[in-house]
Design a protein around this ligand. Structure first.
Ligand code: ZN
Ligand code: ZN
Length: 589
């Protein structure tokens, strides 16, 4: 038996040697070509099955569709992913290119996560706010590449399915948490205005014929009735019946670990990451106390510093936060900082920036406002050539008091860290690299922990390379900023797994992380509504930092920071554990 095996092996090795290169390449590219074709088909099927998701991703071929969340639909999904699993098994992963290997993993992981959400987590049974169609209709109506007439035709067909949609929603609900019930009432009331006013306005603007208008108005009327009926059901029937037996918003250890595994795709468990975060908090407090102590005389002269280190830190932070830009210069200040960050990155040789892809800083367009602050508008996977914007909302609409509080939060120091995080070398730089290896699979199944982790890591990396030189205030504010990320994880895990009370949560955020009361309250609400997502920032950051140290140790003097960054980003927005696997393998070769 063994001999025969050897013989075959030697023979094939010999054959391979004869013509190794071209043969290998052919082989590889044919598997890759097949896999590429397969991915395209898979994604198309996915959009057919998920028309609303498709609209959100900029794929508007199925805008007139709406899936009804019933048993038949569940079965359809089950069959779809079972088929995907079989098809995937016909590929030999080791013969795929590194980028396709990651895509293969991402699809595999998606199959497992669809099972988890469909069969185990089942939030459709207890989260009444998950049945909200405002965004689904807004995406269709707002797609300007389709004529208004075309959009309204799609909307009409979609409207016809709304009554069946809410019928199924009512059937699905078995229980609810208090906080999700409140959210449902608030959000569904909010999106009613799209169904009442926005649709009416669009119909009037289009000036279509009378027959269409009549048909449309009647479908619109039926949809509004269905949504109001759902709200009525929640308020008068469902919530009163469950008031005394609300489901706990805490999902518990087992579900938290599972959801963490599917959403974060980390090499660590949630419990491990929580432990890392606890250690990190301790280290940050030590560093902050030292920095605050040094800064004390500058701000408080002869006054005696408090003996409690947390109190000391808090007092210095309050003083340092008073240094900020004027409310009218907010946008200008950010615009001025981007080229400064770019030249710092270039001078220090941290990562190559593409000069052909400048970032445009603009005032957030009116229709996107609502949340103050800053965000990156990145083109979707179906519109990759579109420009990328850094949206900054001016503070025009704030009262004097609101503006002051906001400017203290985004003071002279934190504003720079915000720009590092959002723009250079954070989200924006990562995005430019990610678009160089375009993969629809990566952009739709992309890993949030890697994306956020990179932005958080880039803050550290700038500080390590001397960004705060001569400004201990900058260090202190960086630590505070970083501590927020760390405490997001502690709060999330603490709340859902360790039974953390509201009082303990407030103590963590206000006294140990130096946040404003209002910010802390918002976080407490968000942590009850979501699960695991708040862990993504710290987990991604921790894993990237650990990977860098691992490679540094392996390479010793050969380690090159710039090379590490560029190689790391070349795999797209993939989970850090898969990037790690490929980078380590690459080093061995
Ligand atoms: Zn001020
Ligand atoms: Zn971010």
């Amino acid at each position: 038996m063994k001999k025969v095996f050897y013989f075959v092996l030697i023979l094939s090795a010999f054959a391979a040697c004869e013509n190794q290169h071209p043969k290998e390449e052919n082989h590889q590219s044919s598997q890759d070509a097949e896999f590429d074709t397969y991915k395209t088909e898979l994604i198309e099927e996915l959009w057919k099955l998920n028309p609303v998701w498709a609209s959100y991703e900029g794929k508007h071929d199925y805008d007139e569709q709406l899936s009804i969340p019933d048993e038949a639909r569940k079965e359809e999904e089950r069959n779809f992913w079972n088929k995907v699993e079989q098809q995937l098994d016909s590929f030999d992963i080791v013969r795929l290119s590194p980028n396709n290997q990651i895509d293969y993993h991402l699809i595999k992981d998606r199959i497992a996560s669809s099972v988890f959400y469909r069969e185990t987590f089942q939030s459709g049974k207890w989260n009444p706010s998950s049945y909200n169609l405002g965004g689904a209709f807004f995406q269709v109506l707002n797609y300007r590449a389709h004529s208004l007439e075309e959009r309204l035709n799609d909307v009409l067909l979609k409207l016809n399915k709304v009554p069946a949609y809410y019928q199924a929603a009512k059937m699905n609900l078995e229980r609810t948490t208090e906080v999700h019930a409140q959210l449902a009432i608030q959000q569904i009331n909010g999106s009613l205005s799209i169904f009442k006013n926005t649709l009416t306005d669009s119909l009037e603007a289009a000036g279509l014929d009378e027959a269409f208008n009549t048909q449309f108005a009647s479908a619109q009327n039926e949809a509004v009735k269905a949504i109001e009926d759902y709200l009525n059901f929640l308020e008068k029937e469902f919530i009163p019946a469950h008031k005394d037996r609300y489901k706990d918003f805490r999902i518990g250890k087992e579900l938290f670990e599972q959801k963490f595994k599917h959403d974060i795709q980390s090499g660590f468990s949630a419990e491990e990451v929580y432990q890392f975060a606890m250690e990190e908090k301790q280290k940050l407090h030590e560093k902050m106390a030292k920095t605050a102590e040094n800064l004390w005389p500058k701000y408080f002269e002869d006054e005696q510093p408090p003996s409690d280190p947390l109190e000391l830190i808090s007092k210095v932070i309050t003083e340092v936060s008073k240094v900020h830009t004027h409310r009218d210069s907010f946008v200008v200040t950010i615009r001025k900082q981007i080229p400064e960050l770019e030249s710092f990155v270039q001078n220090k040789g941290l990562i190559t920036l593409d000069p052909n892809k400048p970032l445009t800083v603009r005032e957030t367009p009116e229709y996107m406002r609502g949340f103050a602050g800053a965000s990156i508008s990145a083109p979707g996977p179906y519109d990759a050539e579109a420009e990328t914007y850094y949206n900054v909302t001016p503070l025009d609409h704030y009262t004097e008091e609101q503006a002051e509080s906001y400017l203290r939060e985004y003071n002279q120091y934190t504003l720079q860290i915000l720009n590092i995080h959002e723009a250079v070398p954070g989200h924006y730089t990562q995005l430019v690299y990610s678009n160089q290896s375009p993969s629809i699979v990566k952009s739709i199944f992309g890993n949030g922990a890697m994306i956020e982790g990179w932005a958080v890591y880039s803050e550290l990396m700038m500080i390590e390379n001397g960004y705060s030189e001569g400004q201990p205030e900058m260090d202190l504010m960086y630590y505070k900023w970083n501590l927020r990320t760390v405490c997001n994880t502690i709060l999330d895990y603490g709340l859902h797994v360790l039974n953390m009370s509201e009082e303990e949560a407030m103590d963590l955020l206000v006294n140990q992380a130096f946040q404003e009361q209002s910010e802390a309250e918002g976080k407490w609400r968000r942590a009850r509504l979501s699960q695991v997502q708040l862990c993504s920032y710290f987990t991604g950051y921790y894993e990237i930092r650990a990977l860098r140290e691992e490679i540094k140790t392996k390479l010793g003097d050969q380690f090159d920071l710039k090379q590490f960054h560029e190689r790391f980003l070349s795999y797209g927005s993939s989970p850090v554990k898969y990037i790690r696997e490929l980078m380590l393998k690459d080093m061995e070769d």
